[in-house]
Design a protein around this ligand. Structure first.
Ligand SMILES: Cc1cc2nc3c(=O)[nH]c(=O)nc-3n(C[C@H](O)[C@H](O)[C@H](O)COP(=O)(O)OP(=O)(O)OC[C@H]3O[C@@H](n4cnc5c(N)ncnc54)[C@H](O)[C@@H]3O)c2cc1C
Length: 396
């Protein structure tokens, strides 16, 4: 393999480039970013980054790092086309770059509400520019209306409260984060946010927007409540960035579809991170987490240097909100038939473990990081191939 091109220089793309070199890949390496700045981490953007007018740097590496690993970093020049037959990409600047293997690491982006596009008091949070704009606005705001009670939105709500802003959340489901955490954790977080003054309209949908000029003045919910909108954050989930893959003719179905080797429908193209749907626990799953971006990046790098194995990750995720760290381990939708609670919500530190029969399939911890690490180890041990008798004897 002489030429590897990676499209997207986020969590997955950057880790794939570094991993390739660490694993001994010696060919040409090109990392293309649509963004003009040095590649950076996203998790801090909804947390500490919002609190400070002069936040800590979030870049993965300085420019010298990319030189040191012999990667050509192309910034501010989105890839506009992939020619699978010719094996080359074209960039917005008009240049083309050939590849022997292409890695698509294009990430995901927030789902928009079409009617609210371009309004000056309505914000999404996806990239660093969004975080700079939102932080500046939050630091002067009196109130914030959050549409959607997902992870990123509730982290922003936490920062807003810290900045002295009153926060109102409208969430369609009757509980927060119900798709991702057990009911005990959802209730616990709800109580903590409420104790900090956050008001919730749960099980309610926004049915009308009152827009004047370029501002959203208020929204009306389906129970007739009219909620004023000083500053509005839309946090209703994300969609995979797959337009490029679709245009190229790769199979896309709510994500770039990849196999157990993370190969797309073209054997010379792999996909990693937020943009892919991959086989996990007998179904195609899309994960939007640092863990999956990093693990899938390393996996594809290994494939490229000839270390073949199926991608079988231990999914994990964390969120910092309402003053606590919540950590999840295991496939989010892994079926289970019983749960065990360790400690209890009243103590402020607790864990929920999920089982299918006797098998541990995943768990959620609140302020119990050591237990989270233990859960990940248990899940990894389940995945490890059984040791051969000879290995077992040698190891004992
Ligand atoms: C505000 C925020 C907070 C988060 N907090 C957490 C957290 O606490 N814990 C956690 O586990 N995860 C968190 N995440 C999720 C995590 O950051 C993502 O899962 C991870 O960044 C995904 O990595 P990726 O490489 O797939 O995509 P990204 O890191 O999003 O990178 C994709 C890159 O591809 C670029 N790109 C797209 N199309 C093109 C193109 N055509 N040409 C060139 N470049 C292109 C994009 O501009 C982007 O820079 C958070 C995400 C956000 C936005």
């Amino acid at each position: 393999m002489r030429r590897v091109v990676i499209v997207g220089a986020g969590q997955g793309g950057v880790h794939a480039a570094s991993s390739l070199r660490r694993l001994g890949y010696a060919g040409e390496l090109t990392l293309v970013s649509a963004e003009a700045c040095l590649p950076y981490q996203r998790p801090p953007l909804s947390k500490a980054f919002l609190l400070d007018a002069d936040p800590a740097p979030v870049e993965f590496h300085d420019a010298a790092h990319y030189e040191s690993i012999g990667a050509t970093l192309v910034l501010g020049d989105p890839v506009t086309g992939v020619d699978l037959a010719a094996r080359e990409i074209s960039l917005a600047s008009g240049t083309t770059t050939p590849y022997d293997h292409l890695v698509l690491a294009t990430g995901s982006r927030p789902r928009p509400i079409r009617d609210l596009h371009g309004l000056r008091n309505v914000f999404h949070l996806h990239d660093r520019n969004d975080a700079v704009a939102l932080g500046a606005r939050l630091r002067g705001a009196r109130s914030m209306l959050l549409m959607g009670g997902g992870f990123i939105g509730l982290e922003i709500a936490t920062a807003a409260v810290q900045l002295g802003c009153s926060v109102t959340v409208v969430e369609r489901m009757p509980s927060i984060l119900s798709h991702a955490v057990p009911p005990q954790v959802s209730d616990f977080l709800l109580q903590r946010h409420r104790a900090r003054g956050v008001r919730f309209h749960l099980g309610r949908s926004v049915v009308a927007h009152d827009i004047e000029g370029d501002r959203l003045e208020s929204v009306t919910t389906d129970d007739g409540a009219r909620l004023p909108a000083d500053l509005v954050v839309v946090g209703i989930g994300s969609a995979p960035s797959t337009e490029l893959a679709e245009r190229a003719g790769l199979v896309v179905d709510d994500g770039l579809v990849v196999d157990t080797r993370l190969r797309t429908s073209d054997p010379h193209v792999s996909g990693i991170g937020d943009c892919v749907r991959f086989p996990l626990d007998d179904r195609l799953e899309r994960l939007t987490s640092v863990q999956h971006a990093m693990d899938s990046a390393l996996h594809v790098a290994k494939q490229i240097v000839g270390q073949d194995s199926p991608y079988r990750p231990v999914p994990w995720f964390w969120t910092d909100q309402a003053g606590v760290k919540v950590q999840m381990a295991g496939a989010p939708r892994a079926e289970h038939d019983r749960t065990e609670v360790m400690s209890g919500p009243a103590s402020g530190r607790f864990a929920i473990r999920r089982y299918r029969g006797d098998r541990f399939v995943g768990g959620t911890t609140v302020s119990m990081p050591a237990e989270h690490v233990k859960m990940r180890r248990e899940l990894a041990a389940e995945l490890a191939p059984p040791r051969s008798p000879a290995t077992a004897v040698n190891a004992s």
